[in-house]
Design a binder for this molecule. Structure first.
Ligand code: PEP
Ligand code: MG
Length: 323
């Protein structure tokens, strides 16, 4: 099987009925790009930048960040690279940022919430991203957006930094797509509103499932509630994809669910445009997608939304796939 997968490294991902979907990779550092290319990744769908900030004693400088982002977009040679702005706080602590302990870190002061308050930290990252945009196909994505005000505030800070750089004669791409993670239920439910103000969505199912089911993703005792195939999750995913398409935008997914062989047929059927996963899942996913028909799965997936339980959905998908 491994040998068969290897033959697909340079292929694009086209379903049995001729639909192209993009298979992208999640990365944490510039070093990971090698694995993306070796596994036939068509893009980086999620670059988690928090690793630049972790395991050190002070904030990374603009220059350090610029070097890392530039390296990634250059090594991807024009292929899309979605870079997510800092998603720190909550469970991911930084020793040099003195943040108070919280009762519910996953519901607390993290990610975009922190960045909109600690403006200097955010601006430094935005400037590094903007400067790196001149060297490849860089897209910017904001994590943990809950409200339109947050999205607008983040975008306006981005535009301000861009204008300053341009005024200083710095090269900045004028084609940067700006998107957001959909990982908080408020944004999935109101995806139609958000779709008007972004270029793309990327569904973060790791958090979206946690928040929809009210089940801590790190807590073993409630892990039975962590149900990617729950009809509620599938319905939210559909709402997000439909809202994006209605505005002519694309919708991807960068949570673990995107690389799951049971979920992939459902996501294809619901119209997902981009699947971002760990690099080692790309070739198995491509080999599966080549055998699937989007049109056939569209009817099937919509039927799955009407079932009662995650268990029933899983059984039906397994039967469909002959697994
Ligand atoms: C997610 O929440 O699905 C996601 C991709 O982000 P992270 O796992 O970094 O929270
Ligand atoms: Mg997340």
């Amino acid at each position: 099987q491994k040998e068969q997968w290897a033959k697909l490294v340079n292929d694009s991902t086209v379903t049995k009925d001729g639909v192209h979907v993009e298979l992208a990779a999640n990365i944490g550092t510039p070093k990971d790009v090698e694995g993306v290319l070796n596994n036939g990744g068509e893009a980086v769908g999620l670059y988690r930048t928090e690793f630049l900030y972790m395991d050190r004693t002070e904030l990374p400088t603009e220059e350090e960040q610029f070097t890392a982002y530039k390296e990634v977009v250059e090594r991807m040679e024009g292929k899309p690279v979605v870079i997510r702005t800092l998603d720190i706080g909550g469970d991911k602590e930084l020793s040099y940022l003195d943040l108070p302990k919280e009762m519910n870190p996953f519901l607390g002061f993290r990610a975009i919430r922190l960045c909109l308050e600690e403006k200097e930290i955010f601006k430094t990252q935005l400037r590094a991203l903007l400067r790196a945009s001149a060297f490849g196909n860089l897209k910017i994505m904001f994590p943990m957006i809950a409200t339109l005000e947050e999205l607008r505030a983040a975008k306006s800070m981005l535009n301000e930094e861009k204008d300053k750089l341009v005024a200083d004669g710095v090269d900045v791409s004028d084609q940067i797509e700006v998107g957001m993670m959909v990982e908080i239920p408020s944004t999935a439910v109101a995806a139609d509103l958000f779709a008007k103000e972004v270029d793309f969505f990327s569904i973060g199912t790791n958090d979206l499932i946690q928040y929809t089911m009210a089940a801590d993703r790190m807590n073993e005792r409630v892990s039975y509630l962590y149900q990617p195939y729950h009809p509620a999750i599938l319905r939210l995913v559909k709402m997000v994809i439909d809202a994006a398409h209605k505005e002519g935008k694309w919708a991807g997914m960068c949570g673990e669910m995107a690389g799951d062989e049971i979920a992939i047929p459902l996501l294809l059927g619901l119209g997902l445009d981009e699947f971002s996963m760990s690099a080692t899942s790309i070739l198995p996913a491509r080999s599966q997608l080549l055998t699937l028909s989007k049109e056939e799965l569209s009817a099937f997936s919509n039927e799955m939304l009407t079932l009662d339980t995650a268990d029933e959905v899983e059984k039906k998908v397994r039967a469909y796939l002959d697994m």
